[in-house]
Design a protein around this ligand. Structure first.
Ligand SMILES: Cc1ncc(COP(=O)(O)O)c(C=O)c1O
Length: 387
């Protein structure tokens, strides 16, 4: 170990699923047909309209830095999207185009968290969000959540866990890994409670758009005093383009601008031009077709996992994940995932990548592959658990 490594590098966790991915690659190199249900990205490519818009700009050769906050035209389109989709008016200066939701988190936490500040979030949750707080020497306090609250924080949780050190609350809805939503009135109460306590409210809305049964409310419907993190990665299927956005409270505009200039200079220019086509009618029609396909996949996987004996106390309403309890088969979901990969070449993500709360009984299945492929995966899974 190099003694010069910063302490925070030890506090930042790495993904256990990487061990599985490495093994999956080896198995594939040996000719095994691995079914990938561990991957948190759409199997669809970015819509052609988006690709064309990006290529068109690339061919001009004009790929210079943009303004740190992003192309004005793109920020206006994002503002228009909020008007259309959520009926809220967002002033364009509050919108920052960022290198993915990840870049948005860097700016949101970088402008608001001091060392030793505490951030409340759920267990289970997407681990990078907590690691971003660690990067700024802040602490995360994870609160175990269960099916009774849709695996989301409640206003009561916030009130109960708030201490003098608490600076803010992070909610991700739909959640990764559970795919569950916070109800609109619960979101409103969580925001009001946080605001009353004088904290920052961060709403990770990256899976908005991928919602199957009801409409999801944005935090912006209830307050302007929130940070909203979103991205072109998931619904718009642009993971590798590295582009997302952040909406900040009025008082954070200047600081965010300064930090964005210093950390990134700007988000990649070709991705920004490509994203200009993301809200076009043709693009949205194609994305809607995909959303319907994801809903069918969710239903297929949900019904089959239940049939096999996995427990899924809340039917996930969004994202592309099912977080299933496997206690009927094992008390070690990580070993289960490793053994399943070895025996049947199906790759899934173990619960311990998302926290510690009952993680040894949890597995995340991503339906980022076709129903035909998932049908084979289910056959293999059935054989595996019946041995
Ligand atoms: C809940 C959540 N937030 C943020 C991210 C980061 O996404 P990106 O940086 O690609 O926009 C992810 C990626 O999987 C996620 O699941």
């Amino acid at each position: 170990m190099d003694k010069r490594l910063a302490k925070r590098t030890f506090d930042i966790s790495s993904f256990h699923v990487m061990d599985l991915l490495r093994r999956a690659k080896q198995l594939e190199a040996q000719g095994r047909d691995v079914i990938h249900m561990e991957i948190g990205e759409s199997d669809f490519a970015a819509p052609q309209t988006i690709v064309d818009a990006g290529v068109k700009q690339l061919l001009t050769g004009e790929i210079k830095y943009t303004a740190a906050a992003g192309l004005p035209a793109l920020r206006e389109k994002i503002a228009h999207y909020y008007q259309q989709r959520y009926g809220v008016t967002v002033d364009t200066p509050r919108i920052f185009v960022t290198p993915g939701a990840s870049g948005a988190f860097l700016l949101a936490f970088g402008t608001s968290l001091n060392p030793q500040d505490e951030l409340l979030m759920t267990d289970p949750c997407y681990p990078c969000n907590s690691n971003f707080a660690t990067l700024f020497d802040a602490n995360t306090k994870t609160i175990p959540v269960n099916a009774d609250s849709n695996y989301q924080l409640t206003a009561e949780d916030i009130q109960q866990h708030w201490t003098a050190a608490t600076k803010g609350v992070l909610i991700a809805s739909p959640s990764n890994p559970t795919g569950t939503l916070i109800a609109a009135d619960d979101l409103q109460r969580a925001i009001e409670t946080t605001n009353k306590l004088g904290g920052c409210f961060y709403s990770d809305e990256i899976y908005h758009g991928l919602i199957y049964d009801q409409r999801a409310a944005s935090a912006l419907e209830f307050s302007d005093d929130v940070f909203v993190i979103n991205s072109f990665s998931k619904y718009f299927a642009m993971t590798g383009w590295r582009i997302g956005w952040l909406i900040v409270p009025e008082g954070f505009i200047e600081a965010t601008e300064k930090l964005a200039q210093n950390i990134f200079i700007a988000t990649s220019t070709d991705a920004q031009y490509a994203a200009l086509a993301a809200f076009d009618a043709d693009t949205l029609t194609e994305l809607e077709r995909r959303r319907v396909e994801f809903a069918l996949r969710r239903d297929f996987l949900y019904e089959n996992l239940l049939r096999l004996g996995f427990e899924i106390p809340v039917k996930p309403e969004g994202a592309f994940y099912i977080y299933a309890n496997c206690r009927k088969f094992t008390d070690d979901s990580y070993q289960f995932a490793l053994d399943l990969l070895e025996a049947e070449a199906v790759a899934i993500t173990p619960g311990k990548d998302f926290g510690t709360h009952d993680a040894h009984h949890a597995l995340r299945f991503a339906y980022t592959t076709s129903i035909d492929r998932m049908a084979i995966a289910i056959e293999r899974l059935e054989r595996f658990i019946n041995i």
